[in-house]
Design a protein around this ligand. Sequence first.
Ligand SMILES: Nc1ncnc2c1ncn2[C@@H]1O[C@H](COP(=O)(O)OP(=O)(O)O)[C@@H](O)[C@H]1O
Ligand SMILES: [Mg+2]
Length: 363
Amino acid sequence: MSEVRLSGIRKVYEGARAARPAVDRLDLTFASGELVVMVGPSGCGKSTTLRIVAGLEDPTEGHVFVDGRDVTLVQPAQRDIAMVFQSYALYPHMSVFENLAFALRIRKLPEAEIKARVEEVAKNLSIDAYLDRRPKALSGGQRQRVAIGRAVVRRPKVFLFDEPLSNLDAKLRGDMRREIARIHRESQTTSLYVTHDQIEAMTLADRIVVLKDGTLQQVGTPLEIYQRPANRFVAGFFGTPAMNFLAAAVEHGGGARAARGLGFQVPMPSSLDDSERNDVVIGIRPEDIGLDRRADRVPLPGAVQVREMLGAEVVLHVASAAGEVTVRADARTPGRPGDAVTMWLDPSAVHWFDARSEHRLAS
Ligand SMILES: Nc1ncnc2c1ncn2[C@@H]1O[C@H](COP(=O)(O)OP(=O)(O)O)[C@@H](O)[C@H]1O
Ligand SMILES: [Mg+2]
């Protein structure tokens, strides 16, 4: 059980045109036993952060603490942290058994214990039938299991995963995701898992850390991130199909305030601060829009462009004066390309963002 803390981490790669650091002002604490998923688009600094925790990269500024001890200058091998890479990084000339045993041999554990640990982990990951094979005689999914097993068998203080499932097909990815969740549950080892896949993040994480351009956007539970995204970027990153964003102007006159966009008007919650804000962006998820008329909803007329049948649900892409709007509804919902429809937006489900800063407005 180990707590990991990053304090003021900043990384500027030497030789990189110093336009911006790969990561900047990163302050994060991963609680003992927690599974934290770090997510963001390619190039946002996820691997850099993991490599700094592992000791494979030195931060330009800042410190890494494990259980309160500053390990910033400690060699990777002395950190007792195991990392699993997307590329598997197995030793090609060694059998699966020897790949799994490697770190234990370096530690000079007794042969009997090595054998017992390797066999237990291999059984647990359903690779016990392949212990004599070389990695090249395994499928991609089996290789990734060996890579994970090699980390697990060490019983390290901390697991780091860098997009370990990216090379697998969709079905295997789902299976391995559940497997990693199980391993984490059973080992209760502090784990930092990096992915660009928002679904992996939502389904695996105790807490999610969202990065963009090397800076922290939000930290929270999957539900907090989904229900109260801190800014427009986070709002658009989580959810399939993605949240709709509609520009609107605040109407200050009269009693209750409203925001008016092209073709619609939404009442503003009284809890929103009463500043002189003029331009806002309204975020609304596709599932919070329907085509059935409802008295408690806000209309927006449009014309169906595309109908995508998913089986249980249908996704409609609808052109409107406010721009294209995505609607996710029951599969029986009508609407063919060319049909004029009225979309009904649930005003209580609207996320409010400042048009300029793109920050969430308190509500
Ligand atoms: N060894 C390196 N030298 C120079 N720039 C690097 C190096 N590694 C990564 N970068 C840059 O740092 C930024 C963050 O990269 P990385 O941490 O790999 O992102 P991610 O894992 O989120 O895709 C990117 O702009 C990338 O080009
Ligand atoms: Mg990466």
